[in-house]
Design a binder for this molecule. Structure first.
Ligand SMILES: Nc1ncnc2c1ncn2[C@@H]1O[C@H](COP(=O)(O)OP(=O)(O)OP(=O)(O)O)[C@@H](O)[C@H]1O
Ligand SMILES: [Mg+2]
Length: 370
């Protein structure tokens, strides 16, 4: 499929709109050795921001990127750290190579020094001692950085998934290792604001006060307008002002949904080289909305499966206090519990006390249609 606007993959380089401030802040914090946690709703551009930052920093530092969604066991976590670290010495997939052709690897002179320096890692990899391997892996970035005299940055994307591997225990274990590190700096990211708060901001949290919090907002409107106009222009298409306004109002500058609508417009109308007007835009908006429908149906099924959630999320949609809207119908305590559950599900956020907002603009649209 021909892509003009990228959706569903991380965007870097010229395709990254806005985010200059965040990139600068991240760079400064990394240079200061200050670990960071990036929190934002789904598809706001966390992975893109991390990858672009690592790319910009890799001349000065070793870098490691780990997506915890892909990791299902503690052993895999250890192996991902090891692979990531050694990739910095042109030794990607070390774990597999040790398993499959250890002798071939040893014959390669260019790797001899690194492999000798980290003999302990190789020995543990060939042994069957998962817990020991994980402890070793958690300290490996620090040792690697010390050995070769260059800082190291390790990014854990979707960090709240760690709890899935071994509950709070593993989080505590990671913190106890990381807090002793002087050369390694960490970037964490996660979509569920409340889960991330449980890990980083709660006083009893495993990573309390470990990392500076960086929240990612939607994209700056004028930066988005400029980008969309110039992208269409690059393929000989023009989009009218009211169309652009329609899109950005519907998506509230949500990066993924905005680009999704633009890409649909492009696919439907490329070739006609005509002006994209409001009618075409409304149609493409609806097509994009339909393509997200099965995801939204799933979310709705989850909402309906628990008592009061549907009433409360509808009240949130009205942008009035759910306590006021539902007064006399649902007990305050139940409303409070439902709001917490919706926050934990990553559907609702509380920008200020008493102010609740739906995070996903397409979900708002879906609820309005019901
Ligand atoms: N700065 C940006 N400029 C342009 N598009 C962006 C930007 N950030 C995100 N996007 C759009 O959003 C999509 C998702 O981006 P990305 O995967 O980085 O977000 P995420 O927050 O990591 O998402 P998830 O919660 O699914 O992990 C991209 O494919 C792109 O369409
Ligand atoms: Mg991501």
């Amino acid at each position: 499929m021909e892509r003009l606007f990228l959706t569903g993959v991380p965007v870097t380089g010229n395709d990254m709109v806005d985010r200059d401030k965040e990139l600068k802040d991240l760079k400064n914090l990394m240079n200061m050795g200050q670990s960071v946690v990036i929190i934002s709703p789904r598809r706001f551009g966390k992975t893109s921001l991390i990858l672009e930052s690592l790319d910009r920093l890799k001349k000065k530092a070793f870098t490691v990127y780990i997506d915890l969604f892909r990791i299902t066991t503690k052993r895999e976590l250890a192996e991902a750290v090891i692979n990531g670290v050694f990739s910095n010495k042109k030794l990607p997939d070390l774990v597999k190579r040790v398993r499959e052709s250890w002798l071939d690897l040893l014959k390669k002179v260019e790797f001899k020094v690194v492999l000798e320096d980290f003999e302990a890692t190789i020995k543990l990899l060939t042994a069957d001692r998962d817990e020991e391997l994980l402890n070793h892996a958690l300290d490996l970035p620090e040792q690697f950085s010390k050995k070769y005299g260059k800082p190291i940055i390790i990014a854990f994307d979707e960090f709240s998934e760690v709890a899935r591997l071994d509950g709070d225990q593993l989080l505590k274990r990671m913190r106890s290792h990381f807090q002793l590190h002087k050369n390694a700096v960490y970037i964490f990211s996660g979509s569920h604001e409340s889960l991330m708060n449980d890990i980083f901001t709660d006083k009893k949290a495993a990573f309390y006060k470990f990392a500076r919090i960086l929240t990612l907002d939607s994209i700056d409107r004028s930066a988005f307008e400029e980008y969309i106009l110039s992208k269409f222009k690059s393929v000989g298409m023009t989009i009218t002002g009211d169309s652009l306004d329609f899109i950005l109002k519907k998506t509230v500058c949500h990066p993924y949904y905005t680009l999704k609508i633009c890409q649909t417009l492009y696919l439907v109308h490329k070739g006609d080289k005509k002006v994209i007007d409001l009618k075409k835009t409304e149609e493409s908006f609806y097509l994009s909305f339909l393509s997200e429908r099965s995801y939204l149906d799933e979310v709705w099924a989850k909402i309906k499966s628990k008592k009061y959630l549907a009433d409360v999320i509808r009240a949130v949609l009205e942008e009035r206090s759910p306590y006021e809207v539902l007064k006399g119908r649902i007990d305050r305590q139940y409303i409070y519990n439902a709001l917490s559950t919706l926050e934990n599900m990553g559907l609702v956020r509380k920008p200020a006390r008493g102010d609740y907002r739906l995070i996903d603009p397409f979900l708002s649209e879906y609820l309005k249609e019901l």
